[in-house]
Unconditional design. Sequence first.
Length: 309
Amino acid sequence: MTQELRIGLIGLGEVGRVLAEDLHREGVEVCAWDRLFPVAGSAPRCAAEELPFLRAATGMAEAVRSRGIVVSAVTAGECQAAAAEAAQALTPGSYYFDLNSVSPRTKLEAAHTVEAAGGRYVEGAVMSPIAPQRIASPIWLGGPHAADFLAHAQSLGFTGARVYSGSIGGASAAKMCRSVIIKGMEALLAESLLAARRYGVEDAVLGSLKDLFPVGDWRKLARYMIARSLQHGRRRAEEMREAVRTVAEAGFEPWMSRGCVERQEWAAEHAEALSHEPLTDMLDSVLARTPAQPPSPDTPRRSPEEARR
């Protein structure tokens, strides 16, 4: 089996599992490592136990040594640590395909670590949710090795991959700026509709959006986007911390992105609401654990003029 058909996979979360399954269908031998493998009952360990074809490594070195391609699909907060640990065992000349959702500077720092160890770093930015198109999702590649890597990627099933830039950073900048909108919309919908449901006006709010943003079924979209925050809020909060860094490094105060971090973290604490399929039932489940906080009667009311200051 050639090195190209022996892949090391770092991270067996939502994205990692999809890649492991799809690469296996392409006849690729996958050896995976996740720092949560030793934790009984963790999602990565359960995934490894449920995939009989997968070789679960006992450590990072086993997963990446003698592999022609190493794919990193960890959480945003683990990107640099994963690159630093993997670099110690990388075979010189191996591709290190970094799919993590992080800022351009974080990608550059990871690239320097990998390149210093003799690896060939390739920036990857997944520009859509992974579930619908799976391994064929649109992925923008960046870096001096991106063009050479593209043929390998497409032969492995990454048919949505394309070279965005010969430099590292641009693809991730686009990804992070997109995340400000996507994860921000999740946070906005959650905050708006939870408050609206408590006031009994959620139907009016959703109905009022139809002409302004003609996206079709707003109730269905809202349920989907809020559910993503409930299910993946902690991972999304990590990604939005990288968005905060991205916006700040562009010279702007990341007010919206910081707020999104807080809302995504908060949403993760209410994952039990996912068991309710109707939007209103899901909202009610969250509200049941979130008592209303009426203003104190001693709180002075501000005039409209004061509120605008």
